[in-house]
Ligand binder design. Structure first.
Ligand code: UT7
Length: 325
């Protein structure tokens, strides 16, 4: 049995409709909501986001990213033996988005399930796939983060609706004789449910509660900065590495200021941080694989390099994965 898991291909997909900050500000202005490119760039680093067409679901975005990752890995869909989709914006209440995507892909038969850990979802999903490969339960996994966050945004709330976008990213993770994933560290603390949530559910054929995202931005910011640093250090320690060994930090793409703070705490130059939040805003579970794929395809991140992936989000959930590409 092979002892390790390794990423052998990456892929990502953004829906075609792109709104710059100015485009979004102009749309919001028609509803009497005031914002500006200057405010959004200064507070978040975001310059644009992509919104999916109304009939497009997370599985539609996820499948495009998955196909690209399979092509990059040189793996056929029918050879995949595990599919995990990280999403907080599933196609249906049930079945899982992973099952819907599996059928579209033609990989029917293998285990397929969703992971719901909001913006930490991809980190959770990657850790689970790694554990399943290391126990021999799977050998070729598709791990996908896919979101249509535009569906749960309150466009009357300027403090949140300018921050998020839609998209998907994916990796193929295969059993390997050489180490890829070196260590991971996952956490959750449910006492912070209220600072970032969509407090609605389906009941008696109706939506009960408010099915729109609400966030205490400053509380999230403060908590995120602390827990990301703890997760980064714990993950490095498990692998016997230090921050100085990292070639690239690939953080959850929510806010450039959080990423700058993470880098500062680890004494890393921003030159070692992959930043794509400017191009797609916060795409929740999709943001880390989107950033990873962009860095791989641009040639910035190279095979063999040491990457630290870190995520944080609603729950509160957080975690990190250290890997050799
Ligand atoms: O993926 C999960 C992780 N989520 C996050 O990482 C989000 C974490 N939090 C943040 O990124 C930041 O807290 C925000 C970007 C959400 C907000 O930045 P901030 O620097 O904490 O701004 P603030 O909430 O303190 O608001 C400052 C001012 C306020 O006006 P007053 O009260 O000072 O007059 C807001 O009303 O900015 C105002 N404001 C806006 N102005 C123009 C808030 N949103 C906007 C807006 N456009 N879109």
């Amino acid at each position: 049995m092979k002892l390790y898991s390794r990423i052998t291909g990456t892929g990502s997909y953004l829906p075609p409709r792109r709104l710059s900050n100015a485009d979004l500000a102009a749309e919001l202005a028609t509803q009497g909501i005031e914002t500006s490119d200057d405010w959004i760039v200064e507070r978040t680093g975001i310059r644009a986001r992509h919104f999916a067409a109304p009939e497009v679901c997370s599985s539609d975005l996820g499948i495009e990213a998955a196909r690209r990752a399979l092509q990059a890995a040189g793996v056929r869909a029918q050879d995949i033996d595990l599919i995990i989709v990280a999403t907080s914006t599933p196609d249906m209440v049930f079945p899982s988005t992973a099952c819907i995507l599996q059928d579209k892909l033609g990989a029917n038969g293998c285990p397929a399930f969703d992971v719901q850990a909001v913006c930490s979802g991809f980190i959770y999903a990657l850790s689970i796939a790694d554990a399943m490969i290391k126990t021999g339960a799977a050998s070729k996994a598709l791990v996908i983060g896919a979101e249509v966050f535009s569906r749960i945004l309150n466009f009357k709330d300027r403090t949140t609706c300018v921050l998020f976008g839609d998209g998907a990213g994916a990796v193929v993770l295969e059993a390997s004789d050489t180490p890829g994933i070196l260590a991971s560290d996952l956490h959750a603390d449910g006492k912070h449910v209220g600072i970032l949530c969509v407090p609605g559910h389906v009941s008696g054929g109706q939506v009960s509660g408010k099915p729109l995202l609400q966030m205490d931005g400053q509380a999230v910011f403060k908590l995120a900065v602390g827990v990301l640093d703890e997760a980064a250090r714990a993950t490095l320690a498990k692998a016997g590495k230090t921050a100085a060994d990292i070639d690239w930090l690939i953080p959850h793409q929510a806010n450039l200021r959080i990423m700058q703070s993470s880098a500062r705490k680890l004494k890393l130059s921003m030159d070692k941080v992959i930043v794509t939040v400017d191009q797609h805003g916060n795409t929740s579970a999709a943001s880390i694989p989107l950033a990873l794929d962009s860095a791989v395809r641009s040639g910035k991140v190279k095979p063999g390099e040491l990457l630290l992936l870190e995520g944080v989000g609603g729950g509160f959930t957080w975690g990190a994965v250290l890997l050799n590409l």
